[in-house]
Design a protein around this ligand. Structure first.
Ligand code: MN
Length: 486
């Protein structure tokens, strides 16, 4: 037993066996040894950072290799440890995961975020997504970012803004896209004050008071509802408060332009055990409190595009407060917070009985129309990852210029496509190409996250062969134009 690992023992008791806990201990001691003497910007010992990341990962009940990789995620980047060493000590999968994590770190350092345009931000996001290759890599990366955000106070004001912008524009949307809403929300909330300080101050000012005042009423309303449901013999599982985060309010405010139109700043969330019970609960809520017309939304029959499922209604409670009531099953709640990942997370903790039965994927089926009938129980994490970013991986790749600009190309593209995409004159004068610092032929097929450099020569002119090398129609078009000039 290592005292520092106590939270991990607690979170994974009954899920990991002794052998697996031993590996975790070994990884922790290895990380401690390798990071010895290193300090974080905040002044603490370096190893405390990977330890906290691993503790968060253990809450998600991921497999042992994920946990080990979380403990070792900075080891290739920041210590003298080699991949070979990792492989010998912890096996090939851990080596792959940690290498992918370092690869992302390096890419991100390369990719030039500063002179961003919206177009480039989107590409940078896609570059990260398409380079991760395994959903565990993204999850660990996001939790790493979450921990870094907690220590953002230790950075210079300039770095604070830069990191917060990157978090808000790159990492939070990645979370949303993959359905890790619980993580996306935390990232947004932590970045908001740094990226939009004035808006944050205004929202906080307006909302904090309101939250403070309404809490008392809401407590009463919750008790009233609980009693009523019990009286009518509806065995709900839980009634929660849901406060809208400052950043979500900000987004809604931007959309509505009026605070008074945001009816769902506070909601009561009733969690029940089955779909029929959702509708029973809805009937009872409307029996107890007056529903506001036009506010009933049935996202169970018609899930939102992102797969979200619940029934929403807005009511006037008996103490004259307007409150939104959300009704969900436990499964829907899990899906809404954890998205697709929840299927896979459940899968890993199959020892616990309650995790084995997964039926409610209807919302997800609508979301991923093309992926009907995925066998979640038998889908491994890298396959699932491919499914999640399928649309992205099947058509586009994302490569990086030596300056760090991220360029999107069609799958199968060559340096010729790349050169013309940068600028027609670079295409026309393209003589040689380097991929990841190695010379390659002009018909070399590029892969996502390649670093591509074009060597030009004014004497060089396009020739007919290039039409065969080019993958993209727009490239061919440009080459033809130039050939006609001659
Ligand atoms: Mn880290």
């Amino acid at each position: 037993m290592i005292p520092a690992l106590q939270p991990i023992y607690n979170n994974l008791k009954g899920i990991y066996n002794n052998q697996e806990f031993k590996i975790v201990e070994e990884a922790f001691l290895f990380a401690e040894f390798k990071h010895q003497g290193q300090k974080r910007k905040s002044g603490e010992d370096y190893v405390l950072h990977p330890l906290r990341v691993a503790i968060e990962v253990s809450k998600l009940k991921l497999d042992v290799n994920s946990l080990v990789s979380a403990l070792l995620h900075d080891i290739l980047e920041d210590t003298d440890t080699t991949s070979e060493e990792l492989k010998n000590k912890f096996g090939e999968e851990v080596m792959f995961l940690v290498e992918s994590l370092s690869h992302l770190t390096r890419l991100k350092r390369k990719a030039n975020y500063k002179n961003k345009t919206i177009y480039r931000v989107e590409n940078l996001r896609n570059l990260i997504l398409s380079s991760a290759k395994d959903v565990r890599v993204i999850l660990i990366k996001i939790i790493d970012r979450l921990d870094n955000m907690k220590a953002i106070w230790a950075l210079s004001p300039e770095k604070q803004v830069e990191n917060a912008e990157e978090t808000l524009e790159i990492f939070a949307p990645i979370c949303r896209r993959l359905g890790f809403n619980f993580l996306g929300q935390q990232l947004e909330e932590m970045s908001f004050p740094y990226v939009y300080p004035k808006d944050f101050a205004e929202i906080k000012n307006r909302v904090s008071n309101y939250y403070y005042e309404i809490e008392k009423y809401l407590d009463e309303a919750r008790d009233e509802l609980a009693k009523f449901l019990e009286q009518k013999r509806l065995h709900y599982s839980e009634i929660q408060f849901r406060k809208k985060t400052f950043f979500s309010i900000y987004k809604k405010y931007k959309k509505e332009g009026d605070f008074n139109k945001i009816y769902d700043m506070i909601a009561l969330r009733v969690i029940v055990n089955s779909v029929p019970e959702c509708y029973t609960a809805l009937g009872l809520v409307h029996q107890l409190w007056l529903p506001l017309p036009g506010r009933l939304k049935d996202y169970i029959s018609l899930p939102k595009v992102n797969g979200y499922q619940a029934i929403h209604t807005t009511v006037l409670t008996n103490n004259n407060q307007i409150v939104e009531v959300q009704i969900v099953t436990k499964d829907m709640y899990q899906n809404n917070e954890y998205g697709m990942a929840s299927h896979w997370l459940y899968n890993l903790s199959k020892d616990t009985k309650s995790y084995t039965k997964r039926q409610n994927v209807s919302g997800l089926k609508i979301l991923y129309k093309s992926l009907k009938n995925i066998d979640f129980q038998n889908t491994n994490s890298s396959d699932l990852y491919n499914l999640l970013v399928k649309d992205l991986l099947s058509e586009q790749i994302f490569v990086v210029t030596p300056k760090g600009d991220v360029i999107d190309l069609k799958v199968g593209s060559t340096p010729i496509d790349f050169a013309y995409k940068i600028h027609t004159s670079i295409g026309n004068n393209c003589k040689m190409a380097k991929v990841n610092h190695q010379l390659v032929s002009l018909n070399h097929i590029l892969q996502s996250s390649d670093i591509v450099e074009i060597i030009t020569d004014r004497k060089q002119k396009p020739n007919k062969k290039w039409l065969e090398f080019a993958k993209m129609a727009e490239t061919k078009e440009k080459i033809r134009k130039e050939l006609q000039k001659k």
